[in-house]
Design a protein around this ligand. Structure first.
Ligand SMILES: C=CC1=C(C)c2cc3[nH]c(cc4nc(cc5[nH]c(cc1n2)c(C)c5CCC(=O)O)C(CCC(=O)O)=C4C)c(C)c3C=C
Ligand SMILES: [Fe+2]
Ligand SMILES: [Fe+2]
Length: 370
């Protein structure tokens, strides 16, 4: 017996690979009360998510929230659930598959891209074990949150560290902290807005709505607020927008404390009164569409806006598995895996083959001339 996870079938010369662990938030297994209760219990028990002293929070969570919220949230999830299940899960799987293809093209050595969710399934420990079985001696953790936040990125890293604490032979580990100002990500966002404007008449204002966090977290030094504003400024610059043509708001407030302002819902209720009756809304902080974009932004906030006298409200989808997004994420992976011998970005097999064919052709041409 050993307290650690051992290398049961280790043998010398076993083939190795680089593992890329993509992580998003997670989603309930089904849009029903029992699944929501399980999911919310795990999520909201995380001290990185709710930073209230445990003794007080446990009473609120178990006494009130877990008795009221699961049914209400399940009803909301039902409105976005599709035959493929939760949008967040389905889109994340598409991203994983597309990134695996991109890695196979870009890298010489074997790279295995795996998807995990911070809460629910597929769990981070199980996915790390799968990467281990595949021979991943190097692991890059890429949380799919462009803006760093302790409630999302730090808790992802916590979970990875907790699992690796149990291993006898730890892999080399690298973490992507954030990519809020990555040029490829900003360009992909800008092009998705431009593509939308080609199909729909452009609104008077582009609202960039980010998931909120408690204001206290900002005061305690969380860089999230600042990174959201930087993303927004870079996106506005890329789109050549005047200051009056764009605005940052924060959505998805949870609980009674003050969160980052201005709130998206209050803004939507106020805009028609300011003479802004046509808006486009984009959520640059969400790598994949989910409950918070599809239900809260695409539907709920449209109602607030139109109820207040707004006319045209267009939601611009998240980047999802859009090819420019996948290329930007692949660039981020490439930057962060530099120096890991087997993944040295080089010519893919097809590129090498094409080069060899060209060389052969040149030699043949030369031979023919002589
Ligand atoms: C994009 C980054 C996110 C940050 C930052 C974030 C902070 C944060 N969230 C809650 C509470 C809830 N969030 C919920 C859903 C949810 N949150 C994110 C992303 C961020 N959260 C996503 C992608 C999702 C959607 C998941 C899906 O299945 O589609 C929920 C659950 C839904 C509900 O019951 O309303 C809660 C609760 C807090 C408290 C917080 C920061 C402290
Ligand atoms: Fe959230
Ligand atoms: Fe919400």
């Amino acid at each position: 017996m050993s307290r650690f996870i051992n290398e049961q079938d280790y043998f010398h010369g076993k083939s190795e690979c680089t593992g890329i662990l993509l992580v998003n938030l997670g989603t309930p297994d089904a849009p029903d009360k029992a699944s929501l209760r399980r999911y919310l219990k795990e999520f909201l028990s995380d001290p990185r998510v709710v930073e209230i002293p445990r003794i007080i929070w446990n009473v609120i969570l178990h006494g009130i929230i877990l008795n009221t919220r699961p049914a209400k949230s399940a009803a909301k999830y039902k409105t976005v659930w599709t035959e493929n299940g939760s949008p967040l899960m389905h889109i994340s799987e598409q991203q994983q598959q597309a990134l695996q293809k991109e890695m196979d093209i870009r890298f010489q050595g074997p790279v295995k891209v795996a998807l995990a969710m911070r809460y629910g399934n597929p769990a981070i420990p199980d996915t790390l074990l799968k990467l281990k079985e595949a021979g991943a001696r190097r692991v890059l953790v890429l949380p799919l949150y462009p803006q760093y936040c302790a409630a999302t990125n730090a808790t992802t890293f916590d979970k990875v560290f907790d699992e690796l604490k149990r291993w006898r032979w730890m892999p080399e580990l690298r973490l992507v902290n954030h990519y809020h100002d990555h040029p490829g990500y900003i360009k992909a966002l800008a092009n998705s807005v431009l593509a939308h404007w080609e199909k729909q008449p452009r609104g008077q204002l582009l609202v960039m709505s980010f998931h909120g966090i408690p204001k206290r977290n900002l005061m305690l030094g969380d860089p999230y607020h600042c990174e959201c504003h930087k993303t927004a400024r870079l996106l506005a610059e890329e789109l050549n927008l005047k200051p009056s043509e764009w605005r940052v708001t924060f959505q998805s407030r949870f609980g009674k404390a003050e969160w980052l302002q201005p709130y998206t819902d209050k803004t939507m209720q106020a805009l028609p009164g300011e003479g802004i009756k046509n808006v486009d809304v984009v959520c640059p902080g969400f790598a994949a569409d989910c409950l918070e974009t599809l239900e809260e932004i695409r539907e709920e906030n449209r109602e607030y806006f139109q109820h207040a006298g707004g006319e045209h409200y267009h939601y611009i989808p998240a980047l999802n598995d859009n090819s420019e997004h996948i290329k930007a994420l692949a660039d981020i992976i490439q930057q962060h895996t530099q120096g890991w011998a087997e993944t040295t970005p080089g010519w893919s097999t097809t590129t090498q083959q094409r080069r060899a064919e060209k060389t052969l052709q040149r030699a043949t041409d030369k031979g023919a001339k002589q």
